[in-house]
Design a protein around this ligand. Structure first.
Ligand SMILES: [Zn+2]
Length: 274
């Protein structure tokens, strides 16, 4: 049984500030260890329920936050920048299930530690078929394209709630409750890892009834930017339509192509953020 793990960092218990999850800093060196423990807890839990093979796609910042030799389960490690499928690189239909580890809430959400949607300096809000989504919902397009269910998400309370909108019945390990974008009440790291182990095991045991994300096709992403220049820049990509000064939409019957267009928007608009 093959499990695909996409790991971010903002959702780790204890993490509440950019300085804790961006290299280089002593703080980052400490918190990357806590992230590694949470990734390993998910692998351990999955193994206890019968999972045998793991691919960890490091999806945070420059995407090289983990230590490959201390990954459990003889996990393969997909790391580094400019991955065409970004947070979903390496996924294909040979996988049985997907875990989202240490994810965070969307930019438009209720208080969620370090909330953002791909680019905190560009994107204000994203709707998927009219529903407000975070990175979990956008990444779910790729899961749908390959027909693989997302069965576990870890992070704060808001992150869990957002994933449920697109993946009803998803198992979640809520390791912290956010107070603001820069404050949260976290479980002790040991308790957080215990919770993640339990949730991962339950998610794998429940695989029989798990379904791919519930997203109607053709699907539409509506992206609201911080300013009109960003929206204008986005329209230079084929298939991106401006509907008002700061908002564009992308509609596609192929969920993977839709995701790729969105990622291209993210990469292109990065050039003109303030
Ligand atoms: Zn991140």
């Amino acid at each position: 049984m093959k499990i695909y793990l996409s790991s971010d960092m903002e959702g780790t218990a204890g993490v509440v500030d950019w300085s804790q999850c961006l290299a280089p800093s002593a703080e980052y060196e400490y918190y990357r260890g806590l992230l590694q423990n949470e990734v390993n807890a998910a692998i351990e839990g999955a193994m206890s329920a019968g999972a045998t093979s793991f691919l960890v796609n490091d999806s945070h910042s420059s995407m090289q936050n983990l230590r490959p030799d201390t990954l459990l389960g003889d996990a393969r490690y997909l790391s580094g920048r400019h991955k065409p499928m970004y947070m979903m690189e390496g996924l294909d239909s040979s996988f049985d299930a997907i875990f989202f580890i240490s994810y965070h809430g969307s930019m438009a959400s209720e208080a969620s530690a370090l909330s953002h949607t791909y680019n905190p300096r560009a994107i204000t809000r994203v709707l998927l078929n009219g529903t407000e989504v975070g990175e979990s919902g956008i990444n779910a397009l790729v899961a749908l394209g390959h027909g693989v269910p997302i069965v576990l998400i870890t992070g704060d309370d808001t992150t869990a709630e957002e994933a449920e909108r697109v993946c009803p019945g998803i198992h979640s390990a809520v390791v912290k409750t956010s107070v603001t974008r820069f404050a949260a009440d976290s479980l002790h790291p040991t308790a957080a890892c215990a919770l993640i182990r339990e949730a991962a095991a339950a998610a794998v045991k429940g695989l029989g009834s798990a379904k791919p994300p519930q997203i109607e096709l053709p699907a539409t992403l509506e992206v609201l930017f911080h300013n009109g220049d960003l929206a204008e820049m986005a329209t230079r990509i084929t298939g991106v339509t401006k509907i008002d000064a700061r908002t564009v939409t992308i509609t596609d019957d192929d969920p993977i192509r839709l995701f790729r267009t969105f990622i291209t928007v993210v990469l292109l608009t990065r050039a003109i953020v303030e």
